[in-house]
Ligand binder design. Structure first.
Ligand code: ADP
Ligand code: MG
Length: 327
């Protein structure tokens, strides 16, 4: 079973950033209003994710660390309209199989928290009391300590931290209402206050994407046939390369989609005669039954039932917004 979990780990977590993404998604699924991440040595020394979500009951801690024990879907039908970010129930089990992990959690009505820990496998199946505020704290140390081949594939600390930073920025742009902060080797990298109204969204975008993006960005918001597209596209006046300024969300989930990326590039090329990659933060809100997110273990790809319609909305709205500034 450890081996199965390690194989699964190979699919789900190829580097520390993937662990961060899975664990922070769990925090968001748990209704956290605040997520704090501590990273040491590019995530290879330590990843600590702390949230103030609803926590895990003592008797469910063990289930949380076992594969396919997800509580988030009741049936296969639920997969159709899955609203939570995680639904496969294998992330925590996979991370445990390749690290030294501790999971501490406390529910609002509990007298104190409970914790479990292990190295590759659980050291003890009996939860121990822990001093813990409401919410959950997961510490992952020495990632891939027992799979040296995989550890060898990792890049320098700074590179691994860049991936983590990007993963966190992606998550922070999906949830304007949640406070995020993260540190690397004790140094604060980001401290993002929650934005409780749409008026504050641009502040978050500015903090995550920088002044150059925000000062050159056009806001758009368009709904066609029940599908809404909103967000920011920036005119390509950028001095720095942009792969880290392309954020696309479908129903709050960060996705990468060649078709949609192509629609954006064509809109930019058509109006601006620029072949540079556009920078954008865009959200598509669509009936969940019209989109399939269960395509890939990392859930970053989507399939639309009516992809031509989504494509046309994206191309049309961005084209129109660009035409207003560059007729
Ligand atoms: P999944 O998210 O696919 O259900 P995971 O392995 O990521 O599977 O997590 C297993 C279970 O552990 C979750 O279904 C959830 O019940 C619980 N869990 C994990 N992290 C948290 C958290 N931060 N807060 C509350 N519950 C959590
Ligand atoms: Mg999960």
């Amino acid at each position: 079973d450890v081996l199965v979990n390690q194989i699964k780990a190979g699919e789900v977590i190829e580097r520390p950033a993937a662990v961060v993404k899975e664990l922070v998604e769990n925090s968001l699924d748990a209704g956290a209003r605040r997520v704090e991440v501590d990273v040491e040595q590019g995530g290879l020394g330590l990843l600590r994710i702390r949230d103030d979500g609803h926590g895990i009951a003592r008797d469910e801690l063990i289930l949380a660390l076992e594969r396919h024990a997800t509580s988030k879907i009741g049936s296969l039908d639920d997969l159709e309209a899955v609203g939570s970010l995680g639904f496969r129930g294998e992330a925590l089990a996979s991370v445990l199989s390749v690290s030294r992990l501790s999971l501490a959690s406390r529910q609002a009505d509990a007298e104190h928290g409970w914790m479990l820990a292990g190295e590759g496998v659980l050291a003890n199946r009996e939860p121990q009391p822990s001093a813990q505020q409401q919410g959950t704290c997961i510490e992952v140390r020495d990632l891939f300590f027992n799979t040296p081949a995989r550890r060898k594939f990792l890049k320098a600390e700074a590179t691994e931290f860049r991936h983590i930073d990007l993963a966190l920025r992606r998550l922070a742009l999906a949830r304007f209402d949640v406070a995020f902060s993260w540190k690397h080797n004790g140094r604060r990298v980001a401290e993002l206050r929650p934005c409780l109204s749409e008026a504050g969204f641009e502040d978050r975008v500015r903090e995550v994407c920088g002044d150059e993006f925000t000062d050159n960005a056009l806001f758009l918001d368009e709904t066609r046939l029940g599908t809404r597209l909103w967000g920011w596209v920036a005119l390509p006046t950028f001095s720095r390369p942009l792969p880290d300024l392309q954020y696309l969300y479908v129903n709050g989930r960060a996705v990468r989609d060649r078709l949609l990326g192509g629609a954006l590039r064509r809109a930019f090329a058509d109006v601006l005669h620029s072949t540079r990659y556009p920078a954008f933060v865009l959200n598509i809100e669509i009936d969940p039954r019209g989109v399939d997110v269960n395509v890939h273990p990392q859930k970053t790809e989507v399939r639309f039932r009516d992809s031509a319609r989504v494509h046309d909305l994206l191309f049309g709205a961005v084209h129109q917004a660009l035409r207003k500034v560059r007729p």
